[in-house]
Design a protein around this ligand. Structure first.
Ligand code: NAD
Length: 256
């Protein structure tokens, strides 16, 4: 214990914030890895993920989906705790992550902000309490103009939480991107709308609309630091924990 924290993707937007948040948390940074030619002043760069995993108690990983399966194998072999924030993993990558979690503590989450995870937990409870026949669930999200996918991973996560609360599969009730002669809204549908523009880091609203009342819950991220500080919190939580696949809900004690 107490070798410290390593960062994969240390030269990236998240990587640089993570360096600051590791320091803010009073933890020790052992260094990081990035693609060849990338450098960060004053930081030790390791040759590869295996070397970083051997030198650290926990590795924070915000890189690229193409790196995930290789990182999973190295993490599993080393048994080092792993906080994985990279998005866009394919099913095979996620299978490799689950395999790594047999040998190491792995925290894998699409969104490390404490606030979003709290909203996810509330979404499930609200959906369980508000009958689908009366309360129409709609999810509206807005992101910066560079975002290439819609709805966002977090919006889909919100939809899954609502679906789970209602005991249905999201795929069976999802209504996304309405346009033209859509027909009336299906009872029990979970609707999605995506707005794109400017430099919005991430806004999500979950609305339950009934004839007599509306209940809306909104999360706004102003700064990527919300994800970085949550990820460092997850890293300190994961250090020395038994092997297993955990989520940010586990870190925050929000499992229902
Ligand atoms: P970025 O492009 O700014 O940074 C990624 C860094 O990883 C780059 O420096 C890149 O050189 C490096 N990298 C890529 N492949 C690598 C490899 N094989 N080995 C080592 N380093 C490698 O991107 P970003 O905004 O920092 O986001 C990184 C990832 O984290 C993305 O997948 C993003 O969607 C995800 N993300 C997740 C959360 C969350 O809360 N889970 C929050 C923000 C971003």
């Amino acid at each position: 214990m107490d070798k410290g924290v390593g960062i994969a993707g240390i030269a990236g937007r998240m990587g640089r914030l993570l360096i600051e948040e590791v320091a803010n948390a009073g933890a020790r940074l052992v260094g990081g890895i990035d693609r060849p030619g990338m450098a960060v002043e004053g930081v030790t760069l390791f040759p590869d993920i295996a070397a970083l995993a051997a030198a650290a108690d926990v590795v924070l990983d915000f890189t690229h989906a193409s790196a995930a399966a290789g990182h999973a194998r190295a993490i599993g072999a080393a048994g080092t705790a792993w906080v994985l924030g990279t998005s866009g993993l394919a099913a095979a990558d996620e299978a490799a992550v689950r395999q790594a979690a047999e040998q190491a503590a792995v925290v894998y989450a699409p969104n490390f902000s404490a606030g979003v995870n709290l909203v996810l937990a509330l979404a499930e409870r609200m959906a369980a309490a508000l009958p689908a026949g009366q309360y129409d669930a709609e999810i509206v999200e807005m992101h910066h103009r560079q975002k290439v996918d819609a709805p966002s991973g977090t919006a889909i996560g919100l939809g899954r939480a609502v679906a789970k609360g209602r005991g249905v599969a999201l795929e069976a009730v999802k209504e996304s991107g309405r346009d033209g002669a859509t027909g009336a809204r299906r009872t029990g549908a979970i609707g999605f709308a995506a707005l794109r523009g400017g430099q919005v880091v991430g806004e999500h609203t979950l609305l339950f609309a009934a004839a007599a009342e509306h209940i809306a819950i909104t999360h706004r991220a102003f700064d990527r630091r919300a994800f970085a500080s949550g990820a460092v919190r997850a890293a300190l939580w994961a250090q020395g924990r038994p092997a297993g696949l955990y989520s940010m809900m586990d870190v925050l004690g929000l499992r229902l």
